[in-house]
Design a protein around this ligand. Structure first.
Ligand code: Z2T
Length: 793
């Protein structure tokens, strides 16, 4: 390509950084701030992405193959600079450059704010997928919303969660390119008119969707895809008429109304609240993305029947499920295709990933709201429903029922493949939420077990472990993660074990120093036990803290006993409206305050709860973890992805048979995994036992004593809502699983004391977890769902 011959600013990276500092930032090195250096470095690294990015776009165009479009309300990217530097193999050069200036390259990179455009697992999965699609050379675009404010900033006030605004875009940001030419008008409300034989939707309100592109570079710069995020802007920026009439605030109103759509990420993970603005956000980015996809298709082909051959659209949960009706609308109303053909074409393009079975998360919109906001889509949904009913008159499923439009069944029917995110979750999907649809459409449901990118979660986050592995087996593991198996024999080599142990110990020391800076002092020689994820009853942080209380009580009974020193680390946010989850946070902090201040036990047991968990904090915590808490009520965690990150980084899992834990245990071996708790069917049966919680409490004096301590006010407040819940219906079976959890926790302590054996088990976890690379997951989607081919430049 001709553009390739234009030289970059400066030949070496060092030159490029210096030149950007001077010419892009207008600073001299003697007055440059950390942020100036970070921006200069980011721009220099970004320059190196442009050629492979152009080349990938060109290669995808030349190939005339299928492109993949990943539609997601959330992309939880975190920082980009370190990832790009690692993938371009520039880390050593960068480290050296800053070293010679007395600066720490990691500090420079840590100046970058996290892009927190997601809640948790679903959003982080989308980010891992973007990186893996680039690494494996899958031609793809990510499509989402450019939220002005990502997930709220968490702080604690006397142990209670406080939410503050998140402001990533107000800080210097190097990665996006604004595309003023890629802009679409998106409508809401209004009327549907019949003009002859044409149906026309005349919206009452319109906003513009403007594209911002971020290049996503794969491992070794082999390929780069685009993340395209939409920002809402008004058609008329400023109402001069109102301004001239003296209405200064009113003059800015159209602008504010439009911009509200991409203002803020909804902070709920697995709950749905049916808000009007949320539906507007969903339609806004889905409609803009589809218009963009069709524009690109139209520029290359002229037969719309070819669409399924050239376009794969993946729906990340039902959030973009309006894509089904909208694509049908575009094909029928704007392109003149027959309705049934349009449905077939749309189905050929669409795939739908389900991420939870929790009933409170399944999206439903009232017919009234849908009619009001998207009148033509409501008509199309009725036509789709009628078509399905006609084909399956005996069906026992509804797309519109109880006054609500059900997005799950609509996404299911409009997709040619529907996938779950772990083996267990996919089987449960077939038996529960989609049992009837699975009967009517056998073979539509497939499994694609989640994965994580090893570039960020091992190579970037854990350089010590990475160096050790690369010294032993070369660096082929980075994009062929199952080659980690080659270190398995070294688990029996005591010098390798010592080196592995030393890497973990150094990671723990780093974390201890960091927590120290945040006012949490912990002993790096204690066992680091970590539970980090959104706070939710089904994830059972309260089971963990109850067990911690019980352990503390036994330690106090005999402080001279041979106790294993340990640090219990929690991190995670609760949805602002989820009162019970916020009570759990308060309880953990209250327990931490009492335990950490107890002179009898503070050398044995600490509880640390650093605030504002995000991707960057995860990158510090996971490499230092020795125990991974994966203790959800069986049947409730669709997959989990943190569990995979921990296992790869050599933490041993204590967990239930839930989500991907099942597959982790199979791969690492049952003897290298601390299993406890009821299975999914046992949980269902247990709930039927009358007074199951009261019985479980009565049967376990440790549990009873721990709950009594809470009720007695030992931790300040008495937390009545938690106690009442646990003594009452205890839907998530915390009480019934407590005894077995206690047993497994003590067995884990015994194992930990045998250092050689523990390290051997940790090495086996690393060696046998390579299958959880998101490269493997992406290849699965490409083969089973997308029918897309990998390309190279
Ligand atoms: C989410 O993070 C997950 C599911 C959701 O259902 C929504 C959000 Cl924001 C609507 C999580 C699952 O809870 C977790 O088990 C899974 O690993 C992750 O998605 C990615 O599949």
């Amino acid at each position: 390509m001709k553009d390739m011959t234009i030289p970059r600013p400066g030949d070496t990276l060092a030159d490029a950084i210096r030149q950007h500092l001077k010419f892009s930032l207008g600073k001299s090195s003697d007055v440059a701030t950390l942020t100036d250096w970070r921006m200069a470095l980011s721009l220099a690294v970004r320059d190196r992405i442009v050629d492979p990015w152009f080349a990938s776009t060109r290669a995808a165009y030349d190939k005339q193959g299928k492109r993949v479009y990943y539609l997601s309300m959330e992309f939880l990217i975190g920082r980009l600079l370190e990832d790009a530097t690692v993938n371009l193999g520039l880390m050593d050069e960068v480290t050296e450059f800053f070293q010679s200036r007395g600066l720490d390259a990691r500090k420079v990179m840590q100046d970058e704010p996290d892009a927190a455009l997601g809640n948790g697992g679903l959003g982080r999965l989308a980010a891992c997928f973007l990186e893996s699609m680039s690494t494996v050379g899958c031609p793809a675009y990510g499509y989402g919303i450019r939220y002005e404010h990502g997930l709220f900033r968490q702080s604690f006030d006397r142990g209670r969660q406080m939410e503050g605004p998140e402001d990533w875009l107000t800080e210097a940001h190097a990665w996006e390119y604004e595309r003023t030419e890629a802009q679409y008008r998106i409508g809401f409300g209004g009327q549907v008119k019949q003009l002859g034989d044409r149906t026309v939707w005349q919206p009452a309100e319109t906003v513009l969707a403007r594209a911002y592109d971020t290049p996503m570079i794969g491992w070794q710069g082999r390929w780069a895809n685009t993340l395209r995020l939409w920002s809402a802007r008004p058609e008329t920026v400023f109402d001069l008429g109102r301004f001239n009439a003296g209405d200064y605030y009113g003059a800015a109103e159209p602008e504010n109304l439009a911009r509200t759509i991409s203002r803020v990420l909804y902070p709920d993970d697995t709950t749905e609240d049916g808000k009007r603005l949320r539906l507007k956000q969903e339609f806004f980015f889905t409609a803009a993305s589809l218009r963009d996809i069709l524009r690109r298709f139209d520029s290359e082909y002229d037969d719309l029947k070819l669409l399924p051959e050239k376009v794969a659209i993946q729906l990340n949960d039902t959030h973009p499920a309006i894509a089904g009706p909208e694509l049908v609308r575009l094909l029928v109303d704007e392109k003149g295709m027959a309705f049934e053909d349009a449905v077939t074409v749309a189905q050929g393009c669409l795939g739908y990933t389900n991420h939870t079975l929790l009933p409170e998360a399944l999206e439903r919109w009232s017919v009234k709201l849908m009619t009001d906001l998207l009148p033509r889509h409501m008509q199309i949904i009725e036509m789709i429903d009628a078509m399905h009913k006609n084909a399956h008159p005996d069906r026992k499923v509804e797309m519109i029922g109880g006054g609500d439009v059900q997005m799950g069944p609509i996404a299911f029917f409009m997709a040619h493949k529907v996938n779950g995110v772990s083996a267990l979750h996919t089987e449960l999907m077939k038996e529960t939420v989609f049992a009837e649809l699975n009967r009517l459409h056998p073979n539509r449901i497939v499994n694609e077990t989640n994965g994580i990118t090893p570039r960020r979660w091992v190579l970037g986050a854990n350089p010590r472990l990475s160096r050790l592995v690369t010294d032993a087996i070369g660096d082929g593991w980075v994009d062929d993660l199952e080659r980690l198996q080659e270190i398995e024999p070294l688990a029996d080599d005591s010098s390798f074990r010592d080196a592995y142990d030393a890497a973990k110990r150094a990671n723990k020391a780093d974390l201890a120093a960091y927590l120290g800076q945040r006012g949490l002092s912990v002993d790096p020689d204690a066992m680091f036990d970590v539970q980090i994820k959104r706070i939710h009853e089904y994830k059972r942080q309260h089971l963990n803290i109850l067990q911690t209380i019980a352990l503390w009580q036994e330690m106090k009974d005999a402080p001279q006993g041979n106790w294993l020193p340990q640090v219990k680390i929690f991190a995670g946010k609760a949805a602002p409206g989820y009162v019970f989850a916020k009570e759990i946070i308060h309880l953990i902090n209250a327990v931490a305050e009492v335990i950490n201040a107890d002179p009898d036990t503070s050398h044995l047991l600490k509880v640390a709860y650093p605030a504002n968990y995000n991707v960057s904090l995860a990158e510090r915590l996971i490499p230092a973890a020795e125990v991974s808490q994966q203790i959800s009520t069986a049947g409730k965690e669709a997959s989990g992805t943190g569990n995979m990150k921990f296992a790869l980084n050599g933490a041993l899992t204590i967990g239930t048979l839930d989500g991907a834990n099942v597959e982790i245990r199979e791969l690492v071996g049952a003897e290298n995994f601390f299993l406890f708790g009821m299975t999914a069917p046992e949980v269902v049966a247990r709930r039927e036992v009358a007074e199951h919680a009261k019985k479980a409490i009565a049967a376990d004096p440790r549990l009873k004593r721990a709950m009594d301590a809470i009720e007695a006010g030992i931790f300040g407040e008495r937390f009545p809502s938690i106690i009442e819940n646990l003594m009452g219906h205890d839907y998530f079976c915390v009480t019934s699983d407590f005894s077995d959890y206690w047993r497994a926790s003590r067995e884990l302590e015994v194992a930990y004391r045998d250092r050689a054996e523990w390290t051997r088990m940790a090495i086996l976890n690393t060696a046998r977890s390579g299958w959880f690379s998101s490269d493997r997951t992406i290849r699965g989607y490409m083969a089973d769902i997308w029918g897309a081919e990998a390309l190279t430049i």
